[in-house]
Design a protein around this ligand. Structure first.
Ligand SMILES: [Cu+2]
Length: 226
């Protein structure tokens, strides 16, 4: 990875993450416009000759600079609420994956199929192959079908963890004694990396998540051979 790619989002692999990136860019445009205007006004103050120093009030301009920011806030708040509700929606999932956080690894259960469960540990640096990412690759990946609605249930056995995949726009806490749910759709094949995003103890940095997205037909073959 080059330095510049670390300053932006990763490419999205789900429709919701695409929407999140659009919303980020939209909000950033508004922020840039406000910052430009305010900087210009502050800069121009230096060249003001104070010809209006006896001016005491201006009803019209005060109305404008009160109402205009309120309208601009609406342009941020409404798309934000729309996204919030879209992210919370569960759209008839075609399968369910259960992910349980442990100190310090993830375990997965495919509850729709009989007896499929496994642990997923990080590959330590001294056991890495040349094609592995350091601190990011795991011994058992989560295999998921692409273009299908997937529900994920997240919980934990000890402390709070957070199951996170940036390219899918998913970040959900694994809390002991609670079952959190969310859903996502992966729209392309590939490997998608994530890390635990809740400070959960000494090896918090060493419990990554890897999703391998494959076509549905191949997924069914894989699940039959488990
Ligand atoms: Cu954790």
């Amino acid at each position: 990875m080059t330095t510049w790619t670390t300053f932006s989002f990763q490419d999205s692999a789900s429709p919701l993450m695409e929407q999140l990136i659009f919303f980020h860019d939209h909000t950033l445009m508004i922020l840039v416009m406000i910052t430009t205007l305010v900087s210009y006004l502050m800069f121009m103050l230096f060249f003001n000759k104070y010809t209006n120093r006896n001016l005491l009030h201006g009803q019209t301009i005060e109305m404008i600079w009160t109402i205009l920011p309120a309208i601009m806030l609406l342009f941020i708040a409404l798309p934000s609420l729309r996204l919030l509700y879209l992210l919370d929606e569960i759209n008839e999932p075609s399968m369910t994956l259960k992910s349980i956080g442990h100190q310090w690894y993830w375990s997965y259960e495919y509850s729709d199929f009989l007896n499929i469960e496994f642990d997923s540990y990080m590959i330590p640096t001294n056991e890495m192959n040349l094609n592995n990412f350091r601190l990011l690759d795991v011994d058992n990946r989560v295999i998921l079908p692409m273009n299908s609605q997937i529900r994920i249930l997240v919980s934990s056995t000890d402390v709070i963890h957070s199951w996170t995949i940036p390219t899918l726009g998913v970040k959900i806490d694994g809390t002991p004694g609670r079952l959190n749910q969310t859903n996502f759709l992966i729209n392309r094949p590939g490997l998608f990396y994530g890390q635990c995003s809740e400070i959960c103890g000494a090896n918090h940095s060493f419990m990554p998540i890897v999703i391998e997205s494959i076509p549905v037909k191949i997924f069914i073959k894989w699940i039959n051979n488990m």
